[in-house]
Design a protein around this ligand. Sequence first.
Ligand SMILES: CCCCCCC[C@H](O)CC(=O)SCCNC(=O)CCNC(=O)[C@H](O)C(C)(C)COP(=O)([O-])OP(=O)([O-])OC[C@H]1O[C@@H](n2cnc3c(N)ncnc32)[C@H](O)[C@@H]1OP(=O)([O-])[O-]
Ligand SMILES: NC(=O)c1ccc[n+]([C@@H]2O[C@H](COP(=O)([O-])OP(=O)(O)OC[C@H]3O[C@@H](n4cnc5c(N)ncnc54)[C@H](O)[C@@H]3O)[C@@H](O)[C@H]2O)c1
Length: 718
Amino acid sequence: MALYSRVSGSVGMITLQNPPVNALSAAVRQGIVDMMHRALSEPEVKSVVICGQNGKFCGGADIREFGAKMTGPPLVPMVHLIEAASKPVVAAIEGIALGGGLELALSCHYRIAHSKATLGFPEVALGLLPGAGGTQRLPRLIGVPAALDLITTGRHVTAAEARQLGIVDEVTDLNAVDAAVKFAQSVTGKSLDARRISTYPCPRPPDLDAIFERAMQQVRRSARGAIAPGTCVQAVHAAVTLPYAKGMERERELFSLLFTSGQARALQYYFFAQRAVSRWSTANGARWDTSKPRPVRKAAVIGLGTMGRGITVSLAQAGFSVVAVETQEQQLSEAKQAVSGMLERGAKRRGVPLAHDKIKYSCSVQAVADVDLVIEAVFEDMALKKTVFQQLSAICKPGVLLCTNTSGLDIDELASQTQSPELVVGMHFFAPAHVMQLLEVVYGPRSSPEVVATAMQMGKKMGKVSVAVGNCRGFVGNRMLKPYLEQAFFLLEEGATPEQVDQVLEEFGFAMGVFKVSDLSGLDVGWKVRKSDGLVSPASTGTSARIRGGSRYSPLGDLLCERGRFGQKTGRGWYQYDKPGGRVAKPDPWLHGFLEEYRAQHGLVARHIDHQEVLERCLYALINEGFQILQDGIAAGPEDIDVIYVLGYGWPRHRGGPMFYAGQVGLDKVVERLEHYQQIHPDVPGLQPCSLLRKLAASGNPAIHKWREVIQKPRSQL
Ligand SMILES: CCCCCCC[C@H](O)CC(=O)SCCNC(=O)CCNC(=O)[C@H](O)C(C)(C)COP(=O)([O-])OP(=O)([O-])OC[C@H]1O[C@@H](n2cnc3c(N)ncnc32)[C@H](O)[C@@H]1OP(=O)([O-])[O-]
Ligand SMILES: NC(=O)c1ccc[n+]([C@@H]2O[C@H](COP(=O)([O-])OP(=O)(O)OC[C@H]3O[C@@H](n4cnc5c(N)ncnc54)[C@H](O)[C@@H]3O)[C@@H](O)[C@H]2O)c1
């Protein structure tokens, strides 16, 4: 709702009230309309201030209402009522003015912002465009290039930048509402003719066509199949080419097109999923709201390779004191140099405070004696990690959290090396750890709720989205990756090429196909794991070469590694590169010949594989594993899996995540297609639909938020 009060006798104050962000719900819109009429009808009131309760102006349209039937006054007539008012209306912007909140502010005649406020049009991230006049007013106010930038990227700007761009009239370090009241009094009685943005002509720079062409190219490059950014460009184009009223009609048409698209639904689901994962629960009943995190001031990182360096940077930038430990002086000094460079680049590019003084380097593990939490990031080798955990357990003060960055080893086995297994959790960061936003917090059967809560909170403080997951081989993300990779290998055996598989996945929206990603990460990484699992056989011919544990196995990745083809680092992998370390993947005729030879050697006849089969076999095998993970209680809900896949594995955000996507496709259809491929390829593992997937499909493809009801039934019933 919106409250009305009278300030200093002549200023009518409308205060938006809808915690937590004063979103424009039906009740708030109704309140604004009613209170505007009241302010305009009271003769003593000479001007109006609109502000938000609790130091937040407005977070935009109420996203929670998007799925429901529209009630209350629509936004567009509401902003027109404000702009057309005969008394000056001043927006007092504290905290945030986002989306519809900024549109509300742009309909006011003046805008006063607090210096800490942020403003922006984030609609594009929800698959929408600013639909209450934002695409028509902003270019009129700040020009086309700046408006295109803000609307197509959704980036938030500070009050200072907003002032520079001309979005706000004044910025204050003091109370913005008081400043707005004073300002409102000062403009009482002044003509408002020049203050109604909708009446401004839209600036037409001479190189207009080139500006729009560049904007379209830019969004095509970055959107990876998302339709909102390009539609935002079209809406701004309407502002330049059409009169305001016609431009508004075009904005409405384009908004409706986006609003009813599956992409907007997926992005809005994802918005709430990302927030839902912070309300974590574990399989043994620990929960976010009953588990208190422990205070952590000082942390240690053991092992300063690729991951340890990024983790050290991330901890220091978040304000933690860090003890960074390596084995030998040489490695330590290389790591120190690399970490310093990363901190400096962070300060230069993102304005993060330099945090060199937060880090102490050491070659002795004894240096961690007084820390509150340790993150181990040594080689992925169980024997080595066990030794490190035994040492840590002996050296650290009592009560210290011992965390491992392992990609998939058994957390419980590591915990059993320590005197306090309840203090052990996985903190699985993703490379590069100072950039990637995802953290899997892996709890073992003995991890205490408090320790899970602490690791989750640490992640948040480091700017990560933390997702709590159970302990199993590969946890959630890497466990699902295995069947996806396997299908890709099998498709090569059956006749596909890496280029074909990658193209299908990239058209789906992945930034890189599976083979390009493997080349980037290094083929030797998976090879080492397969070797330690006893999967890599010296015999590369005969039927046994393609069978492991009674199931079909593809040794293709192993064969490439045997030939020294580790991907980008060696200049050769699934693709060729101009030099070791090269980044541009080119199809490799050698690889094509090698595949032909391999098929001939194993009696495989190449067949034509279409786009649909590539997509379905890769994605549905991955999705099927996701359902198995839910069934096993490793992830608490589908949102956890979706957030992990979007933030950690490049799943296109506008498709919501693998579990949401499965629901969109139809769970019955996913089951039917898996069964279809299973029948044709009975030897291919990973295609047998798991019981939870079957059960959900049989119960009529329920909406994703209802899955938990089925999941929570005893597993024996699945
Ligand atoms: C003809 C057609 C006319 C159409 C008109 C279109 C109008 C318009 O152009 C469309 C929009 O405005 S689209 C909207 C454009 N606006 C946006 O896209 C803004 C989206 N919001 C954000 O970016 C961030 O939430 C903030 C930066 C606001 C706060 O960040 P923070 O401090 O890290 O906090 P946090 O953890 O993120 O959120 C705290 C709680 O607030 C909740 N909530 C937040 N916004 C909400 C909303 N609009 N609604 C409802 N709820 C919203 C959030 O779910 C969470 O609830 P929970 O129950 O505790 O989980
Ligand atoms: N690289 C990735 O993409 C990635 C992603 C997520 C998780 N991980 C996991 O993170 C861990 C580290 O991986 P990485 O890629 O950083 O490895 P890396 O080989 O780059 O670095 C490991 C570092 O540990 C050091 N080290 C070895 N034994 C040590 C000891 N006893 N004390 C102190 N330092 C020691 C080594 O000198 C080396 O610098 C592994 O468990 C890996 O599975 C890696």
